[in-house]
Design a protein around this ligand. Structure first.
Ligand SMILES: O=C(O)CCC(=O)C(=O)O
Ligand SMILES: [Fe+2]
Length: 223
């Protein structure tokens, strides 16, 4: 079987793009990806349905569902005040563990990983035409890292600098199962998704079309 013991780590090695920004290709196995996709389908059934957030008068092209805290431009709340007013699902314990494991895999810093307790996740669904403009994740009060996991179609992810949305930036192909972490000096780097490549999802990842991205964060908020 030609895919057994594939040498993809030679073609897509793990990298630190900038201090604090780590890319770990193929971090999640397909079985884990499928399990997360099944959870994604559960989350989509409520209490708050996925929605395209409004940035001013412009509707985002991704559908977002949140865990722990509900994000809207540019604030967090427990209730989805811009959707149906319902309280969002609790942040799952397994995702805290996944976040810690991810941070350790990316950084090798055990103490930091053990102390990491994400309390919100933005789960975005990208269709074939979806994009996300260059932005900073800056609605959190905490400077703890953002942990990003991708499942489904490969996208072109643009990782930039901390000053503005222009160059220098680097475009990388985030594929199904890839982990990306940005923390420390990269925590406020501009980033975005310039395109999704339809038909590139692995057959067994659980998602027939499109792309899911989960970003775990620490809000630094308390009720
Ligand atoms: O989809 C991605 O890879 C990035 C998502 C993102 O930047 C965000 O949700 O703030
Ligand atoms: Fe972001």
């Amino acid at each position: 079987m030609s895919t057994l013991f594939a040498e993809s780590f030679l073609e897509r090695p793990r990298r630190e793009l900038a201090p604090g920004a780590y890319w770990v290709p193929d971090w999640l196995g397909v079985e884990e990806q499928r399990w997360i996709v099944a959870r994604f389908r559960d989350w989509g059934r409520g209490p708050v349905p996925p929605r395209a957030a409004m940035i001013g008068t412009h509707e985002m092209s991704v559908q977002t569902v949140c865990l722990g805290w509900h994000w809207r431009p540019y604030a967090y709340s427990r209730e989805a005040v811009d959707v149906n007013g319902n309280r969002v699902l609790d942040f799952p314990d397994w995702m805290v563990r996944l976040g810690r494991k991810a941070l350790f895999a990316a950084t090798g810093d055990r103490a930091m990983a053990e102390g990491y307790t994400p309390d919100t996740a933005l789960v975005n669904y990208y269709g074939a035409q979806s994009k996300m403009g260059m932005h900073q994740d800056r609605d959190e009060r905490s400077v703890d890292p953002v942990v990003s996991i991708s499942i489904g179609d490969t996208c072109s992810f643009r990782f930039g600098n901390t000053s503005n949305r222009n160059k220098p930036y680097e475009d990388i192909a985030l594929a199904s199962g890839d982990l990306f972490v940005f923390g420390g000096p990269a925590r406020l780097a501009f980033h975005g998704v310039t395109k999704v490549m339809p038909g590139t999802a692995p057959a067994d990842c659980g998602l027939g079309a499109g792309r899911i991205n989960i970003t775990m964060r620490v809000t630094g908020l308390s009720d």
